[in-house]
Design a protein around this ligand. Structure first.
Ligand code: NI
Length: 171
């Protein structure tokens, strides 16, 4: 099932999500399937559950855009355990459509997370994958990428979004 993507302005995106405590259930497997489906339908490389209105600590990532099944990642209750270096490039978010901003992030990131069975694993990513680890973990902490840009740029986005909301072009 493809869920609609929740947009900036909805409080669920700015609320820390709840820890997942039950694993390997039909509900969890269905949620993971639906999250991948919703992410591919929206042409994203990552999706966090709050973005489909579900305030739980789970996100999916596929930096290959559906090209390579081996790159499908499910991160449950993820924690960033190590960061190093620096990269600056454009970042966007399915929940803030139509905007992209330069964001500086660490270049190499190690994440620790649980899989659908509840087993812990660690994974290190660089560049785009490192950025996705940070962006998606931020989502689960109620934080959007625009909190990493200047207040001036953030206010500009906020004003444009408010205009679109008034015009009924943003819901
Ligand atoms: Ni996002």
């Amino acid at each position: 099932m493809v869920y609609p993507i929740v947009k900036y302005g909805n409080p669920v995106l700015e609320t820390p999500a709840a820890t997942i405590t039950e694993f390997d259930t039909p509900e969890l497997h269905k949620l993971i399937e639906d999250m991948f489906e919703s992410m591919y339908a929206a042409h994203g490389v990552g999706l966090a559950a709050p973005q489909i209105g579900i305030s739980k600590r789970i996100s999916v990532i596929d930096a290959s855009n559906g090209e390579s099944p081996a790159e499908k990642l499910v991160l449950i209750n993820p924690e960033i355990v190590h960061v190093e270096g620096k990269q600056t490039s454009e970042e966007g978010c399915l929940s803030v459509p139509g905007f992209r901003e330069l964001v500086s992030r660490p270049r190499r990131v190690t994440i620790r997370a649980q899989n659908a069975k509840g087993e812990w694993f660690e994974k290190t990513g660089e560049e785009l994958l490192a950025r996705a680890f940070l962006h998606e973990t931020d989502h689960l902490n109620g934080r959007l990428y625009i909190t990493h840009i200047s207040m001036l740029k953030r206010d500009l986005i906020r004003r444009k979004v408010r205009k679109m909301q008034k015009a009924g072009e943003w819901s």
